[in-house]
Structures are given as structure tokens and as C-alpha cells.
Design a protein around this ligand. Structure first.
Ligand code: ADE
Length: 225
């Protein structure tokens, strides 16, 4: 899979992809992450990437030209399955969308800034608009990193069997059950007996019950589906 991220702040995106699972996924050749600076595609003298909004009003708007130049250059090199815009007014990111995106070959993720992007980019180039939550971030970069992380960890070979994404919360509309590690007792706080029993059918049953209990208490909406 190849993910192209379009941003005016490339330095914000270096960190999340340069350690741990996301770095290993790239080192193993399972995903290629290409970060592009939109400013490099501005043709005006001062390399401006934003402008005042028509009709007046506070806040700058990201200009159409540099973004279109960049998207069209990428599209001339390969076909893209999706051109995604990270925005608080997009559809809320859920595990289903991550699962779907993990099956794609090439995707573009555009990070917004300021008051937004010229609407004509949305109308003519964007295929999906995604929000990572009902709050406003100062830009789309952190949201893009969240989306990329949630997708990349689903790619075959990225996680090993023990950390398999199939046992993640949300994959079966249930939150994960509690987990424990050594010691079996700490300050009098004990690990549930069943987990120490070696009785795997019983352990499995306990985990299912706890997952259901936790989901009912914290996210009953997941059980409505
Ligand atoms: N950009 C700013 N806030 C955002 C959000 N909540 N989700 C996605 N992109 C954003």
C-alpha cells in the first residue's frame, strides 16, 4: 500500500512514522508513506498557500492551485483509490472505514488548515471526508497520522499473531476485556483466579463476558448495531 500525505507542515508528520510499528511496516516494505509539502507546488512569488476568503470573514482559506498541482502530479504517476480530506465536518472515523481502506492500493490524504480549503477542491478531487472526532484540531496532520496508523496496523504482516488486529476492540463491535500480567498479586490486588487456572475454555468464556460487560457499561451504542 502507498499513502501520500499532503500538508503545509511536513515536520509535524515525521514523528509518528519514524518509530515502532509504523516504522517497521515501512522498513519491511508493507507500506510506503510519502509526505509532500503543498508549499512546493505554489507558483506565486511568495509561495503562499492560503488567501482571504471571498465575501469577507475571519480566517484564511487554503488556495486551490498548489493543492491541485500536487494532486494532479501524483495522479499522473499512478491511480489512486481514494483522495481523503481530513476535516472536522467529515464522516466520523470508525473501524469499518479503516478495514475498507486497508484493502486499497494507493490513497492520498489531504490535511486541512486555517478556515478550510477552497470548496472547489472538495467538489472536484476529494472522494472521502473524514473526521477523527467531534472537536477541532489546529490542523489535519495529527488526524492524518491517526487514520494512517489505524489503517497500516491492519495490513497483513504488520502485526504478528500475538498482537493480531483481529482481536482489537471494535472488530466485533465489542470493547476488549481487561488484561493482566505478573505479579499475580500486588498490594493485595489480585488477578482474577480464572486467568491463572490454565482452563482455556473457561478463560475464553470469562473474556467474552467481561468484554460484553465493559461494552454495555461504556459503549452501549456498539451493541445497537
Ligand atoms: N482537522 C481539524 N480537526 C479535525 C478533526 N477533528 N478530524 C479530522 N481533521 C481535523
Amino acid at each position: 500500500m502507498r499513502i501520500d500525505i499532503l500538508t503545509i507542515l511536513p515536520e509535524l508528520l515525521k514523528g509518528p512514522f519514524s518509530a515502532s510499528i509504523l516504522k517497521r511496516a515501512q522498513d519491511k516494505g508493507l507500506v510506503e508513506i510519502c509526505i509532500h509539502n503543498i508549499r512546493d507546488y505554489a507558483t506565486n512569488k511568495h509561495k503562499n498557500v492560503d488567501d482571504y476568503q471571498y465575501g469577507g470573514g475571519a480566517g484564511m482559506v487554503m488556495s486551490i492551485e498548489p493543492i491541485v498541482n500536487l494532486i494532479e502530479e501524483l495522479k499522473s504517476q499512478r491511480e489512486y483509490d481514494e483522495v481523503i480530506f481530513m476535516t472536522p465536518d467529515g464522516g466520523l472515523l470508525e473501524q469499518n472505514t479503516c478495514n475498507e481502506l486497508s484493502l486499497k492500493k494507493n490513497i492520498i490524504i489531504l490535511c486541512g488548515h486555517y478556515k478550510g480549503i477552497d470548496e472547489r477542491i472538495r467538489e472536484n478531487f476529494i472522494t472521502k471526508e473524514i473526521s477523527i472526532g467531534s472537536y477541532v484540531l489546529s490542523g489535519g496532520e495529527i488526524a492524518a497520522a491517526v487514520l494512517a496508523d489505524a489503517v497500516i496496523r491492519l495490513l497483513p504482516g504488520v502485526l504478528n499473531n500475538e498482537t493480531s488486529a483481529l482481536t482489537d476492540s471494535f472488530q466485533d463491535n465489542l470493547l476488549s476485556p481487561p488484561v493482566y500480567t505478573r505479579p499475580p498479586e500486588y498490594r493485595g490486588w489480585k488477578v482474577p483466579e480464572v486467568l491463572l487456572s490454565g482452563n482455556f475454555p473457561e478463560i475464553e468464556k470469562w473474556r467474552e463476558q467481561e468484554a460484553l460487560k465493559r461494552t454495555k457499561a461504556r459503549r452501549p451504542d456498539l451493541l445497537d448495531d
